[in-house]
Unconditional design. Structure first.
Length: 158
């Protein structure tokens, strides 16, 4: 392959090649839908094929990609299955956490406290900040107590 046809920076869905919301299995589904070679470097793919890839990524339900691969199933607002990308994904995640905090759901309370949300144990893990273990008070040196005189028994005698 000639080196002059290779593009070093390729933008798909308004980001460089590595985008948010497109993982390994989702990218394989897109490639199988378009019957493209998995081992071909993205710099050698023509612009027309990149437009097709972008169309499949943006509208996966039109191309029969199963809904269990979407990252937003049964959306809270619309009830539809969606696949959200880039900054929309981050905004939607933040809105979900804000909604959970607002309705004071258990998960929302755990988010606001900075604690683990999914039921992990917290005794020995997730220790951040100043509250670590038991801190003993530093005490001044107490004066030595006077020895008390107790009658002591000798060994072997009753």
């Amino acid at each position: 392959m000639p080196e002059e046809n290779f593009r070093h920076i390729v933008r798909i869905v308004n980001t460089d090649v590595k985008g948010e919301g497109v993982g390994f299995s989702y990218s394989n589904a897109v490639l199988k839908t378009l019957n493209m070679d998995e081992n071909k470097q993205i710099g050698y793919i023509p612009e027309t094929d990149l437009k097709k890839v972008e169309e499949v990524i943006l509208n996966p339900s039109k191309y029969n990609i199963p809904s269990w691969m979407f990252n937003r199933r049964k959306d809270f607002d619309t009830g539809n299955d969606k696949h959200i990308l880039t900054t929309d994904l981050k905004l939607q995640k933040d809105n979900d956490i804000k909604r959970l905090r607002k309705i004071k759901a258990y998960r929302g309370i755990r988010h606001s406290l900075g604690q683990p949300v999914r039921g992990q144990r917290t005794r020995s893990n997730f220790r951040r900040g100043s509250a670590i273990g038991v801190n003993k008070k530093k005490s001044k040196m107490a004066p030595a107590k006077a020895p008390t005189t107790k009658p002591t028994r000798e060994k072997g005698k009753k």
